[in-house]
Design a protein around this ligand. Structure first.
Ligand code: SIN
Ligand code: FE2
Length: 223
């Protein structure tokens, strides 16, 4: 699997990998959940419902570029970008209506993974849903549009695998490559809360439930 030969953690079998002080990878966490209210089938059904009832759209950066990844949100707040900047809104700009509510399965997954990584009582109010088609990518950035940096970021990977880049507090810091597969969750906060991160261009692949795509759920406490 030379595609992932640079993945620092590819050779490890551990379910739970510490990436840095404050950052943790929880492998295949989604598939391990077997509760009636939180399991893979319920999560995927809840995701499908949201995607059927809101539209994925490619947002425009403040600098005027069209993002390659298509996005929507659920929860009380949704992250948006346009020529005016990055921010959270209570209404979906494409409809003028509130974002879809955050499903109980999403909340349960976010809280459980944050707790597992050492962040008790994480209750997200925003879930950004990113859809990656083949060759799309997310350039290095910090998540810093939230009010309270004591709250972590919980990032859930679904569908086709991707290489996640996890850097440091400065854009120029060295980045580590981390293979993220279906059901993997990365949680980062504490000293790493403002670390730069991104995703390399998605390789052609296929997944039974997601086809050629990868979907990422990013849970945040925005307000
Ligand atoms: C993001 O940082 O917004 C997305 C990360 C990912 O897709 O894994
Ligand atoms: Fe991010």
């Amino acid at each position: 699997m030379d595609l992932f030969e640079n993945d620092l953690f590819a050779s490890q079998d551990e379910q739970q990998v510490s990436i840095a002080d404050g950052a943790m990878l929880l492998r295949h966490f989604v598939q391990q959940q077997k509760n009636a209210s939180l399991n893979e089938a319920v999560l995927l059904a809840d995701l499908n419902y949201i995607l059927e009832n809101s539209s994925l759209r490619q947002m425009i950066t403040p600098g005027g570029f069209t993002m390659s990844v298509a996005m929507t949100n659920c929860g009380a707040l949704g992250w948006v970008s346009d020529r005016k900047g990055y921010r959270y809104t209570t209404l979906d700009p494409s409809t003028g209506l509130p974002w879809q509510p955050m499903p109980a399965s999403f909340l349960a997954l976010a809280s459980a993974t944050a707790a597992q990584a050492g962040y008790a009582d994480f209750v997200p109010d925003a879930c950004l849903i990113n859809q990656y088609q083949p060759a799309t990518r997310m350039s290095l950035h910090q998540d810093k549009d939230e009010q309270d940096f004591s709250q972590p970021i919980v990032s859930v990977s679904l569908g086709v695998p991707a290489i996640f880049l996890f850097g440091g507090a400065k854009r120029t810091d060295v980045t580590r490559k981390i293979l993220l597969q279906h059901g993997d969750v990365i949680v980062w906060g504490g000293k790493t809360r403002l670390n730069y991160h991104g995703v390399t261009p998605l390789k052609a692949d296929s997944h039974a439930a997601f086809g050629a795509c990868r979907v990422n759920l990013t849970f945040r406490k925005a307000a």
